[in-house]
Design a protein around this ligand. Structure first.
Ligand code: FAD
Length: 337
């Protein structure tokens, strides 16, 4: 079967609106499409999301496949994977992108397995490069312990599939006069697709500002373990009116909840201020705050890679530096009233 030279984006929606992560991906898909000469197409699965195709058109979709069925009102792993894989088999697009959200991370690998192609998870960049005249999607991820960026390509199978964390790409500017062709697709489903069924989705109560929206983030790395507790970093976070986060080791050790992990497999933040305390600077971590406006890093190792991405670096033991830093910030704040 010959495929279509199209770039597809899986469109997530909630309460009748496309998710921000979907719109960010659409912006990137349009950019990639300019390189390959391919239109951008969205796949929208759910129930009663009539307004969403117009929204997707404003952000660059020229066609939207809509699978609208009351049984698909909530995300259903097997049923969604089956309808999306069915569309892929029918049209065989060149590229298919998913947001690395809870849904995207469940759905993308299922679809890739069903259609027999590869999938690169948690990309930190995407671009097109030609090999022997053939445009290939270069899917960039941190590798080898987080010390290098490498590109993964999928030359033999289609579609070339990737997931990208929300916040990695900019939100494009919408165009209000754009239209997309809407193609209604019936859902070919039976009871077998609902052996495991989502019956209710309960949102967790947000105790603090979501990390992705925080104005200031204080992230603790394994070096903060020497502090014996989270109290001092929390005090600094409060002094800068920020949110406490951490690296993977600090999440694994139970100091920081999993939804507060920054990085390639955690959250991507774009805060005004980012303070890193005792984190070495593996790219798996630093790719999560590339978009932060101003970065301060404290680490006792002057050669730690974190200093290469910091605007201000403080070399020292956290047990000495942190109380002074917090005190100084509090003093500056109170002198400014
Ligand atoms: C596929 C994959 C995905 C990953 N995704 C993520 C991710 O999303 N987020 C993430 O964080 N990691 C992720 N990782 C793990 C990542 O590669 C690193 O192992 C991790 O980020 C290191 O965390 P760290 O900097 O806290 O610890 P370390 O690398 O151990 O660094 C600790 C630092 O603390 C300093 N230190 C020690 N004591 C003190 C002290 N008293 N005062 C000052 N400094 C001190 C040390 O000098 C050192 O620089 C991933 C790994 C893989 C393979």
């Amino acid at each position: 079967m010959t495929g279509k030279n199209e770039t597809w984006v899986y469109a997530e929606q909630k309460a009748g609106h496309a998710s921000k992560a979907t719109l960010q991906l659409l912006g990137k898909a349009v950019e990639l499409g300019k390189e390959t000469g391919s239109p951008t197409v969205c796949v929208l699965v759910g129930s009663g999301a009539q307004g969403v195709p117009r929204e997707l058109a404003a952000y660059g979709a020229s066609k939207v496949y809509v699978v609208d069925d009351p049984r698909l009102e909530l995300y259903q792993s097997e049923a969604y994977a089956s309808v999306v894989a069915g569309l892929v088999k029918e049209h065989c697009p060149e590229i298919f992108l998913f947001a690395a959200t809870d849904v995207g991370e469940d759905l993308a690998p299922r679809v890739a397995a069903k259609v027999g192609t590869g999938l690169t998870a948690h990309c930190i960049d995407l671009r097109i490069e030609k090999r022997d005249g053939v445009p290939l999607l270069h899917q960039t991820v941190p590798a080898w312990g987080g010390g290098m960026r490498i590109d993964i390509v999928c030359p033999k199978h289609r579609p070339q599939m990737a997931t990208v964390k929300p916040g990695v790409f900019d939100l494009p500017v919408p165009k209000s006069d754009s239209n997309a062709e809407v193609v209604d697709v019936p859902a070919q489903l039976n009871e077998k697709h609902f052996r495991a069924r989502t019956i209710e989705v309960k949102e967790e109560a947000q105790r603090e500002t979501p990390l992705t929206e925080a104005d200031a983030v204080v992230a603790v790395g394994w070096g903060a373990y020497s502090l014996g507790g989270i109290q001092c970093p929390q005090e600094l976070a409060e002094a800068v009116c920020g949110t406490l986060a951490g690296t993977r080791p600090m999440v694994d050790s139970g100091w920081i909840p999993p939804d507060r992990m920054v990085g390639q497999s955690g959250k991507v933040v774009s805060s005004r201020l980012f303070i890193s305390l005792g984190a070495s600077g593996a790219m798996h971590f630093t790719s999560g705050f590339e978009r932060a406006k101003f970065v301060v890093a404290v680490d006792q190792n002057p050669k730690a890679p974190i200093f290469q991405v910091a605007d201000i670096g403080i070399v020292g033991d956290l047990r000495e530096v942190l109380p002074c830093l917090t005190e100084e910030i509090k003093k500056q704040k109170s002198s400014k009233g």
